[in-house]
Design a protein around this ligand. Sequence first.
Ligand code: NAD
Length: 232
Amino acid sequence: MKLKIGLFGSKGKMGQAVSALANSERGIEIVARWDRVSDVTDASLKKVDVVVDFSGPAALVKLLPICGKLKIGLVTGTTGLSKNQEKLLKKAALKTPIIWAPNFGLGIRSLRESLGPLLKNFSPSEVIIEDIHHRYKKDAPSGTAKLLAETISKLKPRSTKLSPTVSIRGGEVFGVHRVYLLSDGEWILLEHQATDRKVFARGALLAAQWIKGRRPGLYTFDQVRKSARGHR
Ligand code: NAD
């Protein structure tokens, strides 16, 4: 049976990437497309197994109680949430399963995995994250830059200083993330470039397949990837 998806933020850049990819996937069907919270009626939601959201923080917080009420799983890639909006997300996850990931690509996950040994062995004096995105991106630093900062804060030696992220906005850049590991006399630069939004769309659809039938809770994309690896 096909997985029936309701897509919120369907006319946006990511919404269109998800739509295009879902059309070429045999096991997935988009049965509802919404771009306003008022369009998300109970009748349209009842056809849906999982909601996929790429909208904005204000829209997402309105969507949360709707998914919670009908206990429909939610996969959201929306970034730029305030602390209070994050609390609302956690509250909704008590009622329904939710995956919230600031980056649904595989590359950033691999980059994060490489950080542990590098920080330990190279022990840089400073680390600086840089994120470059298109001129329309609303949040800065990006959700991915925040995730990288969180990962580095957990793994870095005490002597390493993590500087504030540098965010550059302009042009039509899908997303570039750089991590500079700076030391006296030498430095290492890690760079990830997204060249097609379909990498995020693919991850979000994988997460949608994974979340169907799960118990309520706030899950991460790392958990989805781990079980996908386990099933190989
Ligand atoms: P976009 O501006 O192109 O599209 C946003 C869509 O959401 C639009 O269709 C808009 O109509 C709708 N929307 C926005 N605010 C709304 C509101 N208040 N009510 C109803 N609908 C609303 O943006 P985008 O580039 O597609 O990105 C969307 C979100 O996804 C952003 O937060 C972005 O940072 C994030 N993003 C996440 C990933 C990831 O892998 N997690 C990747 C790319 C983008």
